[in-house]
Design a protein around this ligand. Structure first.
Ligand code: ADP
Ligand code: ZN
Length: 430
């Protein structure tokens, strides 16, 4: 079901009661897996707070008990497996029963419906189909909503544009980095997506991006773009999503129990404080996960949303706890750099961050593509922009980077999730 008023506007006390019942069921179910059997031996859930007695589950635990250690049902009851994209190491595998898949489709449909898309929309999915959850996850959700769904998959920009134009695509699911790259194809073909397509909505997800980048995409395409958060360990997309207010993402608390912890101490933090998001599946049958450490940094917003939905929101993901760069002792997140750089109108579509060691000191080099007219304009203008960017970065991050402004499309791009940080320090020391 894609719009269930009763569930989406449930009162806090009813939600808590439902969560408690489902948490109890989940713990019982998880006890059937070889991994959780011993861990949960002495755990009794009488109140929601009892969840804090359950130890965290990490990505490493999933890898160590690969492939079936966390499976709670007989393998014959699973109909599909998915795996993470392995951005930070070996992939982890997650199993789904038929009912798990149906629930996931409902969640994604619920997310899309919330942004105003309907059965009459035409949906183009540019995410990878296969093990990566971004493709099939959205596909099933879009079909559940009844939209004409075009499973183009990633890459081949010319073909993407052709499909968009031929079939009047109105909604698109796209990596933020690819949305920027695709725009340059429109330009090359002498097209303007604002006039030459029927696009009105984009779902941006799967990688961290700033609000500035979202606004840039909205401007370039003349659309509304919504932040979509998910991870394969929970299901994939469909975990948290922006509503029409575009003011952070509702996390579907009937399916996921969310906590924010201090990543250093593991202490549970109150709403509003920033830390690592920890999630528990409340309804998944094949492979329940309890207190899974996502490593994603966010905070929980408990203030009511104007849209009327009562499920709390999570703040835009600031990055992963393991993304943090330590530059001569100063902690920096790549998203701080993106936020700062993107506010300059002369800045183009891509940037790379390189960290090197020189004379035992960390040096941070930021290569930034600028627009054609800036790059080929006067030297003094280029120099002025560079100085402004350096000062802004110094103020935001506390370190003075070396900035190089480069030609449009001169930085290599990655198929799939963007790779923009190149830490070369270990390599040089060896
Ligand atoms: P991997 O961890 O190998 O990248 P997944 O494909 O499951 O595997 O990706 C999930 C991760 O992608 C999340 O944990 C998060 O770090 C990132 N991610 C997904 N959606 C968003 C989003 N909207 N904003 C920021 N990061 C996101
Ligand atoms: Zn809302």
């Amino acid at each position: 079901m894609y719009w269930d008023k009763e569930i989406e506007t449930i009162s806090a006390s009813d939600l808590k009661q439902e969560q408690l019942q489902n948490l109890k069921k989940t713990v019982q179910n998880a006890k059937k897996s070889t991994y959780y059997k011993n861990i949960l031996d002495k755990i009794n859930i009488n109140t929601l707070d009892d969840i804090e007695n359950i130890p965290f589950t990490s990505k490493q635990d999933l890898r160590d008990h690969f492939p079936y250690g966390l499976l709670a049902k007989d393998l014959t009851e699973s109909v599909r497996l998915h795996s993470s994209s392995g951005t930070t190491g070996n992939p982890t595998v997650v199993f789904h029963t038929k009912e798990d898949i149906n629930q996931w489709a409902d969640l994604v449909a619920r997310c899309m419906y919330m942004t105003g898309v309907r059965k009459t929309d035409v949906f183009q999915n540019t995410m990878g189909y296969g093990l990566f959850t971004g493709g099939l996850g959205f596909h099933y959700g879009a079909e559940e909503l009844g939209m004409l769904t075009i499973p183009v998959g990633p890459g081949n920009s010319k073909r993407q544009i052709w499909f968009m134009q031929e079939f009047g695509t109105t909604a698109i699911h796209i990596l933020p980095s690819y949305a920027i790259h695709l725009y340059s194809y429109f330009e090359k073909m002498g097209l303007d997506p604002k006039k030459d397509t029927s696009l009105k909505t984009a779902f941006l997800g799967a990688e961290p991006h700033t609000d500035a980048l979202r606004k840039e995409i909205e401007k370039l395409y003349g659309i509304k773009a919504f932040n979509s958060y998910g991870l394969s360990e929970m299901c994939g997309p469909g975990v948290a999503f922006e509503c029409l207010e575009q003011d952070d993402m509702h996390i579907w608390e009937d399916h996921f129990y969310a906590e924010i912890i201090d990543p250093e101490t593991g202490e549970v933090l109150p709403d509003g404080e920033e830390g690592e998001l920890v999630l528990t599946t409340l309804k998944r049958a094949a492979m329940p996960l309890l207190r899974y450490r996502t490593r994603d940094l966010s905070s929980i917003i408990s203030e009511p949303c104007k849209c009327g939905r009562t499920h709390r929101r999570i703040a835009r993901i600031k990055g992963r706890s393991d993304d943090m760069l330590i530059i001569n002792g100063v902690n920096i997140f790549p998203m701080q750099i993106e936020k700062t750089v993107m506010q300059f109108p002369g800045v183009g579509n891509n940037y790379h961050i390189e960290i090197k060691k020189e004379d035992h000191m960390d040096r941070i080099n930021i290569l930034i593509e600028v627009h054609e007219e800036i790059f080929n304009g006067t030297l003094s203008k280029l120099d002025q922009l560079k100085k402004q960017i350096i000062e802004a970065l110094k103020a935001e991050c506390g370190v003075r980077p070396i900035v190089k402004l480069v030609e449009p499309e001169s930085l290599p791009i990655n198929e799939g999730k963007a790779k923009r940080v190149f830490d070369l320090r270990d390599k040089e020391e060896n």
